[in-house]
Design a protein around this ligand. Structure first.
Ligand code: ATP
Length: 238
């Protein structure tokens, strides 16, 4: 199930100056990596390049050695690249249950689909209670649970999350983070977690990669980054 993901000399721009400069790092199968850095460092751009929404030159992102660059976003999703984009995007007019089933469309059929949905309800009790509520009736925390649940029902090999903690209560953040960590440990899911909430991200990460102005300035075990006062002050704002 798990995927080894590698970025090699990834340079990305939106037409003008590059936003990412020769970014290189790899994730082992089942590893949880926090992608850290200030506003504008390039975290979202890196996740969008992986998903296939930003054009990149060839052979710079591989999954288990396979070049992803020729694949369209939907083919990358089929291969097992799941994402929880910034902004808790759920379909407001659909119910919780319908939103979750959207995530199963191309990965499962029949019984497997029901099992995947039931697992998400086991993980997130509030979603189980609100399965017939429309998306727009949910709280911010419930919407983020649903966005994460919809990614998890497809059983991704690699899951990316973009600022999942933004604007959420600390208890909800802790629950979301614990779910990500436990799912990674149980299923061998590889996780790339972009966060401004450095403490939360490092609390569940094996490793952290710090971006500054589109360049990797640190790549180290989470405990080492937490203990590095100079680096924290320089790039992580605490
Ligand atoms: P944030 O935490 O604010 O989301 P980030 O680390 O995710 O920051 P990005 O959103 O990747 O950073 O932005 C990196 C740089 O790329 C910024 O200078 C930004 O202005 C620029 N940028 C992002 N999206 C686009 C776009 N669609 N067109 C042009 N420039 C963009």
């Amino acid at each position: 199930m798990s995927g080894a993901l590698a970025f090699s000399a990834l340079t990305v721009g939106y037409g003008g100056e590059p936003v990412l400069h020769e970014v290189a790092f790899a994730l082992a199968p089942g590893e949880v990596v926090a992608l850290l850095g200030a506003n504008g460092a390039g975290k979202t751009t890196l996740l969008r390049a992986l998903a296939g929404f930003v054009p990149v030159r060839e052979r710079m992102i591989t999954l288990d050695g396979r070049d992803l660059m020729r694949l369209r976003p939907e083919d990358r999703a089929r291969l097992g690249i799941g994402q929880v984009p910034e902004g808790r995007s759920v379909v407001a007019e659909l119910t919780v249950d319908e939103n979750l089933r959207l995530g199963t469309l191309w990965r499962h059929r029949g019984r497997e689909r029901e099992r995947a949905v039931a697992e998400v309800y086991d993980l997130f009790e509030p979603l189980a209670r609100r399965r017939t509520s429309d998306g727009h009736q949910l709280s911010g925390g419930e919407r983020q649970m649903l966005a994460l649940g919809r990614a998890l029902v497809s059983r991704p090999r690699v899951l990316t999350l973009d600022e999942p903690s933004l604007g959420l209560a600390p208890l909800v953040v802790a629950q979301l983070m614990a779910t990500v960590r436990d799912t990674a440990a149980r299923d061998g899911m590889t996780v790339l977690l972009a966060e401004q909430n450095v403490t939360s991200a490092l609390s569940i990460a094996d490793r952290g990669v710090v971006l500054n102005l589109g360049r990797v300035v640190a790549d180290a075990p989470a405990a080492d980054l937490s203990a590095d006062t100079a680096l924290r002050h320089a790039y992580l704002g605490f």
